[in-house]
Design a protein around this ligand. Structure first.
Ligand SMILES: NC(=O)c1ccc[n+]([C@@H]2O[C@H](COP(=O)([O-])OP(=O)(O)OC[C@H]3O[C@@H](n4cnc5c(N)ncnc54)[C@H](OP(=O)(O)O)[C@@H]3O)[C@@H](O)[C@H]2O)c1
Length: 379
């Protein structure tokens, strides 16, 4: 452990009480590992939608300005007073973004579990600080990869794979037999489609562009409904009836999509029901909002009877609910299928300094299909 570096570079995000976002690259101390800990040299970390909240602080990226030097660039951007009010908990604190990543274990504590990871390529769930060269983590935050898997391939092995698996597990736990998924051409959506094909789970994909439909059909999707089509409401109803899908995971969150899904579920349930009830169908309809890609308020018109529910869904409470044994089973499936079912695609690999280039930042802030970047902090 004597060759453990004393410091490493890390990307930091600061929101000031004056309403500015300030992004910078700082030198931070490397924490030596405790008994059950390891130090990972991070070589790849994705910029996921779930990272952007902490990274960009909901700043107006059209106002972003470049500063600093070539090796240590900075970005500053304005945050509106209304948004600033919601950020009270983080004002004037420099925070380390980056939830997950892949890298090599370069130092380990004395426990057997920690020693077993020494020299291994792992995927890691850092819960912050992964846009940095070194991250000290508990062994439970690491997933050892099989021989030959690279850090880049391991980089997205927690957040999206376990969420996609969690959707299918939730379906089973709650007694449903089919799924609906929105923003379905996302990296996560493609994983979910592959899982559903392998596990024979009927899946209705909702996308908003013809090329997204093409992408999903290319990997074997049976039901794809494009919300840009005039026939969307009927297409969705027909697909739900065919798939028997009454549990939806909505990544958009805002606007009327959740409402449309509940309405189409009800129309599908009524079409297959035997009698009339003024309270609507008895089919339980559930939508979980699990992302906030659409920032406008969620609109519900409640014209689908009374047997429906809308809630939030997050990976961490799900993993706590299913417990260690199930969690480990899901993690092992991810490790074994990291280059197939759970493969992610990226627009490119960038350094820490590359992540703070104006044009690149404005690209990944859009969260568009195929525009996700992988940061290599050790480049
Ligand atoms: N709750 C949890 O625990 C959890 C865990 C993991 C991931 N997530 C969520 O899962 C979602 C997908 O993540 P990912 O990493 O797979 O994303 P990704 O690969 O970056 O893809 C994002 C997708 O969202 C679409 N999109 C963006 N804004 C949209 C909008 N306003 N309306 C409809 N579609 C929109 C994009 O399509 P266009 O090209 O058309 O813009 C793109 O296909 C994110 O919302 C993320 O926050 C949640």
């Amino acid at each position: 452990m004597s060759d453990l570096p004393a410091t490493g570079l890390q990307l930091r995000s600061l929101v000031t009480s004056a309403g500015k976002l300030e992004l910078s690259i700082e030198e931070v101390e490397v924490t030596p590992p405790g008994a059950d800990e390891v130090v990972v040299q991070v070589q790849a970390s994705p910029i996921n939608p779930s990272d952007l909240g902490l990274l960009l602080g909901m700043a107006d990226v059209s106002t972003a300005q470049q500063g600093g030097s070539a090796e240590r660039p900075t970005i500053s951007a304005d945050i509106s007073p209304a948004v600033l009010k919601a950020l009270g908990g983080r004002l004037d604190q420099s925070l380390p973004p980056g939830n997950e990543g892949g890298g090599v274990v370069i130092a380990a504590g004395e426990s057997d579990a920690a020693q077993a990871l020494l020299g291994k390529t792992v995927g890691a769930l850092g819960g912050g600080g992964m846009y940095g060269q070194y991250r000290t983590l508990n062994v439970h935050q690491c997933l050892a990869m099989n021989e030959g898997v690279s850090a880049a391939q391991a980089a997205s092995c927690f957040v999206n794979p376990l969420t996609a698996l969690g959707m299918v597990e939730t379906m089973r736990m709650e007694g449903f037999s089919g799924l609906i998924h929105t923003a379905a051409a996302s990296n996560l959506g493609q994983m979910l489609q592959k899982i559903c094909l392998a596990d024979e789970v009927p899946l209705v994909n909702v996308v908003r562009k013809p090329e997204q439909e093409e992408l999903l059909r290319g990997i074997g999707a049976v039901h794809v409904c494009d919300s840009s089509r005039e026939t969307f409401a009927q297409d969705l109803t027909d697909a739900i009836a065919e798939a028997g899908a009454y549990l939806a995971f909505d990544a958009t969150g805002g606007g009327e999509l959740a409402n449309q899904i509940l309405a189409s579920m009800e129309a599908a349930a009524i079409a297959t029901a035997s009698g009339y009830s003024r309270y609507g169908s008895t089919q339980q309809k559930q939508v979980y909002i699990y992302g906030g890609l659409e920032r406008s308020p969620t609109v519900l018109k409640r014209n689908y009877g009374m047997a429906w529910s809308l809630g939030g869904w997050l990976l961490t409470p799900f993993l706590q609910k299913v417990g260690h044994e199930k969690g480990n089973e899901l993690r092992q499936r991810v490790a074994d299928e990291i280059n197939t079912t759970f493969a992610s695609s990226y627009a490119g690999e960038i350094s820490l300094a590359g992540a703070l280039q104006l044009e690149t930042l404005q690209t990944y802030a859009r969260q568009a299909t195929g525009e996700k970047y992988l940061i290599n902090p050790s480049a």
